[in-house]
Design a protein around this ligand. Structure first.
Ligand SMILES: Nc1ncnc2c1ncn2[C@@H]1O[C@H](COP(=O)(O)OP(=O)(O)O)[C@@H](O)[C@H]1O
Ligand SMILES: [Mg+2]
Length: 252
């Protein structure tokens, strides 16, 4: 069953067709990868799904609902969370604080209730804590819990960003180039973590990624884009051997 469906999406910047008439759908439970040369429109597609940009044509359905008009700050509540190509964390806060701050979208209490610290607030805080600790365990971040982001190696920061997105308990997780800047060992760890997120939490994942080894290991299907257009969708093996995909990369 489809969780996300994009229909005829297009967006141009000036004369550049960043995304041009792209349609695809992602099934519940999939790890769906998007590949393509630089400038293919991959990040723009993420920005359309997370509603940072309005499409000039087309529509997006998530979980049976048309989200084409939903404002970007409501996307997390609906169940979509993302990471950015360049990590965006609170540099002077600890890992734990970064994860707790991210959860505010799920607050069901109001400011007066929080000021009075009513039982409902206390219960909510305990639940948030528990969720955060579960994510910390899942992604092996125990050791870094109280460390400040600015002092952490790049690979760990990237994982904290994934953790922050997961603390929103998304049904759909969007990862933009999760392996960029990671060494081979960290990339291998990442492939296991993607599997764990997908299998243990049941989270559907859409991932923009250049590392074909990581893509092949983790993905159910792959979509190739070039110059804003969809070239092919298929299994990792089909896409790696697809003549149009090879041509798009050779032209880079
Ligand atoms: N905010 C923007 N303003 C102008 N041009 C943009 C903007 N975002 C993306 N583009 C252009 O759209 C095209 C696709 O970019 P992008 O989606 O970032 O590609 P990818 O993530 O596949 O490398 C590129 O030509 C890029 O320069
Ligand atoms: Mg990009």
């Amino acid at each position: 069953m489809s969780l996300l469906a994009a229909n005829n999406l297009s967006l141009s910047f000036g004369g550049v067709h960043a995304v041009e008439d792209v349609s695809f759908s992602v099934n519940k439970g999939e790890v769906f990868s998007i590949i393509g040369p630089n400038g293919a429109g991959k990040t723009t597609l993420f920005n359309l799904i997370s509603r940072i940009y309005d499409a000039s044509t087309g529509s997006i359905r998530f979980n049976e609902q048309d989200i084409s008009q939903v404002p970007t700050h409501r996307i997390a509540e609906l169940g979509i969370a993302r990471t950015f190509q360049n990590t965006e964390l609170f540099e002077q806060e600890t890992v734990l604080r970064n994860l707790l701050i991210g959860q505010h979208v799920h607050r069901r209490t109001n400011l007066l209730q929080e000021f009075l610290f009513l039982p409902s607030v206390r219960q909510q805080e305990l639940r948030f804590r528990k969720d955060v600790e579960d994510v910390i365990d899942l992604l092996d971040l125990q050791h870094y819990r109280h460390q400040v982001i600015a002092n952490l190696p790049y690979g760990v920061r990237k994982m904290v960003e994934v953790a922050r997105a997961l603390c929103l308990k998304p049904r759909l997780l969007l990862l933009d180039e999760p392996s960029s800047g990671l060494n081979p060992e960290e990339t291998e760890d990442l492939s296991f973590q993607i599997e764990d997120i997908n299998e243990e939490l049941g989270t559907t994942i859409i991932m923009v990624e250049h590392d074909m080894n990581l893509v092949s290991r983790t993905s159910t299907r792959v979509m190739a884009l070039a110059d804003g257009k969809l070239i092919a969708v298929g299994s990792p093996v089909e896409i790696q051997q697809h003549p149009e995909v090879l041509k798009a990369y050779l032209g880079e």
